[in-house]
Design a protein around this ligand. Structure first.
Ligand SMILES: [Zn+2]
Length: 149
């Protein structure tokens, strides 16, 4: 990006933030700073990290070996190879997910995509094909965008 264009973009971002202060993705509080989360909201998020089930990605208390599966995957192995999530789905993480999916709130997308990339980057890098879950056209009309895209 040319230097002048970057400056113009930064100026417009600052002006936009002045007139429409960013809202936290979780609490909805305005004026959270330069990011989409206040520090308090960020600390409430429960990021998933190792140790986790190598199959479904659910957080575990400890690893049992090179290949560690949770009880659910051992009892009934899923038909797919691996899955990952960035966050534990709870009362805190539910809001940004549902705001994106149902309310079309896309200002947090770069942050959410970064977290997803960090959680599932290895899977994406090793994948032969990525297939987004298709969205029915009536949903697309109502929602205005395809969140899986
Ligand atoms: Zn599992």
């Amino acid at each position: 990006m040319p230097k002048g264009q970057a400056r113009a973009k930064a100026f417009l971002r600052a002006a936009s933030d002045f007139f429409w202060p960013p809202r936290s993705l979780i609490s909805g509080a305005r004026g959270v700073g330069s990011g989409p989360l206040s520090p308090e909201d960020f600390t409430r998020l429960r990021f998933i990290s190792d140790p986790l089930c190598d199959r479904c990605g659910v957080p575990l208390d400890y690893r049992t070996g090179d290949e560690t599966w949770c009880v659910a995957c051992l009892a009934r192995p899923p038909r797919w190879d691996r899955a990952r999530a960035a966050l534990v789905y709870d009362d805190t993480s539910r809001r940004p997910a549902l705001d994106l999916k149902r309310a079309g709130r896309r200002d947090g997308l770069p942050t959410l995509v970064g977290w997803m990339r960090q959680a599932g980057g290895v899977l994406i890098d090793e994948a032969d094909v990525l297939v987004p879950v298709p969205l029915h056209y009536t949903r697309l009309v109502v929602r205005g965008f395809n969140q899986s895209g």
